[in-house]
Design a binder for this molecule. Structure first.
Ligand code: ATP
Ligand code: ZN
Length: 284
């Protein structure tokens, strides 16, 4: 039995989806133009599809799992489970207006015509915020709609905002944040569920490792207690004596988020020769 996983055939999520499997130690041939690939060392099969079709295929059970943007998951609104956020393909969906317009608050969208390829997400937002605007669905090049007189405003994906600027628009309100997610068919059999669990175990180990760094440093013994209190290690740090009398080497794991703060604090408290090393996998 194999777990069938749908990923984007070619687009912004394709490469990172494949990298995720590689990091999980799963190899498969992704020879040009193929629609399917079987992993050689794990019971999964990859289906390459357009991202828009993935939620439907997963809902129908043609694929057991899929990787899509949260934006596509919300827009398609199919009967699938959000299993896990994957941390890549990050973007946001925002409302934008022509630069010259003086914007005060979302109430300003009342009475406007808004172009988008994401009518479901937009209408949901408008209803929740009690805004009476017209939604004009178009399938692409949403950002040119205002300049050709098709709409007053747009609702679209934004990552840096430079596309908006070159089209004379400004982002005025972020509606949702999105990243790539793993979605799951609601009726997986026990055997497939077991394969999924072992895949999730690997994904978690890879994700956790990315958020953490291994740190080694030297310190005089009388500073050890202070230094240990600064490093919130996995359980407790490793302390090894150095050849130099009165000194030790301390090893631990620190989270990327508070990384720089911890390093500065360590230096201020007598740590020397600090080494920071990426972690490949982390299993707790
Ligand atoms: P397909 O041919 O599969 O339909 P597409 O053109 O609809 O592809 P892409 O542009 O490849 O889709 O984007 C796929 C997903 O990548 C988006 O749905 C979104 O979740 C994410 N994404 C991240 N950053 C951006 C960005 N700057 N612009 C567009 N999408 C982004
Ligand atoms: Zn698409």
């Amino acid at each position: 039995m194999k777990l069938k996983i749908a990923i984007q055939k070619s687009g912004r999520l394709s490469e990172d989806s494949i990298i995720l499997f590689k990091e999980c130690g799963i190899s498969f041939n992704n020879g040009g133009g193929k629609l399917k690939a079987e992993a050689t060392n794990f019971p999964i099969e990859i289906l390459y599809l357009r991202d828009d079709d993935i939620p439907q295929y997963v809902a129908d059970g043609v694929a057991d799992l899929g990787i899509v943007g949260e934006n596509v998951f919300l827009e398609k609104n199919k009967d699938v489970t959000l299993t896990k956020r994957l941390g890549f393909g990050k973007c946001r969906m925002s409302l934008a207006l022509p630069k010259a317009i003086n914007y005060r608050n979302i109430g300003d969208f009342n009475g406007l015509n808004i172009a988008t390829s994401y009518p479901v997400i937009l209408k949901d937002f408008l209803i929740k915020n009690n805004i009476n605007a017209e939604v004009h669905e178009i399938s692409g090049s949403v950002e040119i709609a205002p300049s050709i007189g098709l709409s007053d405003a747009i609702f679209d994906i934004v990552s840096s905002g430079s596309t908006l600027l070159t089209n004379g628009l400004k982002e005025v309100h972020a509606v949702i944040n999105s990243e790539a997610i793993l979605i799951e068919n609601k009726k997986l059999c026990q055997e497939k569920q077991a394969i999924l669990n072992s895949l999730l175990f690997r994904i978690n180990a890879v994700k956790k490792a990315k958020n953490n760094k291994y740190i080694l440093l030297n310190a005089p013994n009388y500073k050890i207690d202070k230094i240990i209190s600064i490093i919130p290690g996995m359980k407790s740090p490793t302390i090894l004596p150095l050849a130099t009398e009165g000194w030790s080497s301390i090893h631990s794991v620190v989270n990327e988020n508070d990384f720089w703060e911890i390093i500065e604090n360590l230096k201020a408290n007598g740590a020397q020769g600090i080494l920071v090393i990426p972690i490949e996998k982390m299993i707790l």
